[in-house]
Design a protein around this ligand. Structure first.
Ligand code: SAM
Length: 237
């Protein structure tokens, strides 16, 4: 299934019955604790959905911009902004993260929560280089992503079965009740994460466990903090 088609199908499901999806990836609370002592004013969320993390970040007085390719999600975020009576310090823009509309060195920090998982293997590096481009030198990057979960028999089976369809180990299919494929989701190995972080200096790479709101199923997760080092592929793990 073509990525764009899958994404559209997923987006329709997300807003069915006007309900907002509850995401498994936690809000970036660790990142907020980390930046308390830093002089960070502006932050960009890539793939902001209906804006739950942007509203959370705004509470810490950051100037927040959220981008998402899905018009309905962005409209939902703008409606929420109006409902909360927020008139400044937060902005939502329809934009594909593979081709960001911002000039180089625009933000003090960039955050990505559960978006790399949706991007095809070929395009993950493009997304990372866009994140790096719009970050100021020494700007901070916060990522929360799904980790490979061989210990959980549900995922062990899905990795083995789904690789025939997705052609990438660790990429699972997310299906509707009829068994139709809604979209793919990748669970990262530590090696894959480290590879994506080249061009950044890793400050911390913590393993966590995320629990899905709907099924109470558990999955490994990574909570990552990194810093842009200008013209450097240096890494510290
Ligand atoms: C799992 S949701 C997470 C939403 C949000 N980060 C959060 O944690 O609340 C992933 C979001 O990424 C968006 N997305 C996927 N591919 C995208 C792309 N190429 N450009 C921009 N947004 C994208 C989807 O529309 C979706 O809203």
């Amino acid at each position: 299934m073509k990525a764009e088609g899958a994404l559209r199908k997923m987006q329709k499901m997300k807003l069915c019955n006007g309900r907002k999806v509850r995401y498994t990836i936690p809000l970036p609370a660790k990142f907020i604790r980390f930046i308390k002592s830093k002089s960070i004013k502006t932050i960009l969320e890539l793939g902001c959905g209906y804006g739950r993390a942007c509203f959370f970040l705004r509470k810490s007085n950051l100037c927040v911009t959220g981008v998402d390719v899905d018009r309905e999600q962005v409209e939902s975020a703008l409606q929420e902004m109006k409902a909360q009576g927020i008139s400044e310090g937060i902005d939502f823009i329809i934009n594909d993260v593979r081709n960001l509309c911002f000039p180089d060195s625009s933000f003090d920090a960039v955050t990505m929560l559960g978006i790399l998982t949706l991007v095809s293997k070929k395009e993950r590096s493009k997304l990372m280089s866009e994140a790096r481009r719009v970050l100021k030198p020494f700007g901070y990057l916060s990522i929360e992503e799904f980790g490979r979960t061989w210990e959980n028999p549900i995922y062990r089976k899905r990795y083995k079965d789904d690789v025939k369809v997705t052609c990438e180990l660790g990429t699972v299919t997310v299906r509707d009740e009829m068994g139709g494929i809604l979209h793919f989701g990748h669970h990262f190995s530590r090696k894959e994460i480290c590879h994506l972080l080249r061009g950044f200096c890793t400050i911390s790479l913590e393993k966590d466990v995320f629990t899905s709101y709907y099924h109470r199923n558990w999955v490994n997760g990574y909570i990552i903090l990194a810093q842009k080092r200008p013209n450097s592929a240096q890494q510290r793990h």
